[in-house]
Design a binder for this molecule. Structure first.
Ligand code: PGA
Length: 252
């Protein structure tokens, strides 16, 4: 049995206007206000964060961002700092998402700096790792993801690692409708926990590991019944408030 508290985090990506975010926030609160045994977070575009702060601060729905820079302030045109996220009541921040790695050329050295900075400012990083289809089909997925984890948490103490959330998101399953089988997802999440154990010891048993990639209300329960899967990072299906609420209720 696991003592890790489940976490369902929505990743809105580059969707929702301010008004759409406001409407969603009001509705989700009504739909999940009786939930006490699952952590819920919405990781929204920066422009939606102020309205989520207005609607959700102090509620059971946590607020998160999808990226941040590793400096607190300075001449970094276009970037957002951890202080700014804290100012908007964020408690989570997605870091190292495969879309950031692919389209914005983020590498593990940069991601490691961001993870460390997030922790220094009391934000919980949701660190994303995962292999592409070529690596999966050539049997290199586990080694690749191990390397990502090692580099992205490089230099962190066991106490720091305990506070992060890792999301295993196979790139071939993101937005494709093709979900990893519960067993494959479990195997990789167990491998990630094994990597954490080899790096920082027993605290790895306290780290929450999420699965992400085409999660929806129809498959979330089976994925989350796996021993090393502690929750889900949900993209497309988190945009629909009814579907998101269904997933939250579906894991309880
Ligand atoms: P998806 O995205 O649920 O739309 O596959 C997941 C993610 O990219 O976090």
């Amino acid at each position: 049995m696991t003592a890790r508290r489940p976490l369902i985090a929505g990743n809105w990506k580059m969707y929702k206007t301010v008004q759409e975010a406001r409407d969603f926030a009001a509705e989700i609160l009504e739909l999940v206000d009786n939930v006490t045994d699952v952590d819920v977070a919405i990781c929204a575009p920066f422009t939606a964060l102020p309205v989520l702060k207005d609607e959700l601060e102090e509620s059971i729905v946590h607020i998160g961002a999808q990226n941040m820079y590793f400096e607190t302030q300075g001449a970094f045109t276009g970037e957002i700092s951890p202080l700014m996220l804290k100012d908007l009541a964020c408690t989570f921040v997605i870091l190292g998402h495969s879309e950031r790695r692919e389209y914005f050329k983020e590498d593990d050295v940069l991601i490691a700096k961001k993870v460390k900075t997030a922790l220094d400012h009391g934000l919980t990083p949701i660190l994303c790792v995962g292999e592409n289809l070529t690596l999966r089909e050539s049997g290199q997925a586990a080694a690749y993801v191990r390397e990502q984890v090692e580099q992205d948490i490089h230099g962190l103490s066991p106490e720091e690692v305990k506070k992060i959330v890792v999301a295993y998101e196979p790139i071939w399953a993101i937005g494709t409708g093709r979900t990893a089988s519960p067993q494959d997802a479990q195997d990789m999440c167990a491998a990630i926990r094994g990597t954490l154990t080899s790096l920082v010891g027993a605290v790895s048993s306290q780290v929450r590991i999420l699965y992400g990639g085409s999660v929806k209300s129809g498959n979330i329960a089976e994925l989350m019944s796996q021993p090393d899967i502690d929750g889900a990072l949900v993209g497309g299906a988190s945009l629909d408030v009814q579907e998101f609420a269904k997933m939250i209720h579906g894991v309880r």
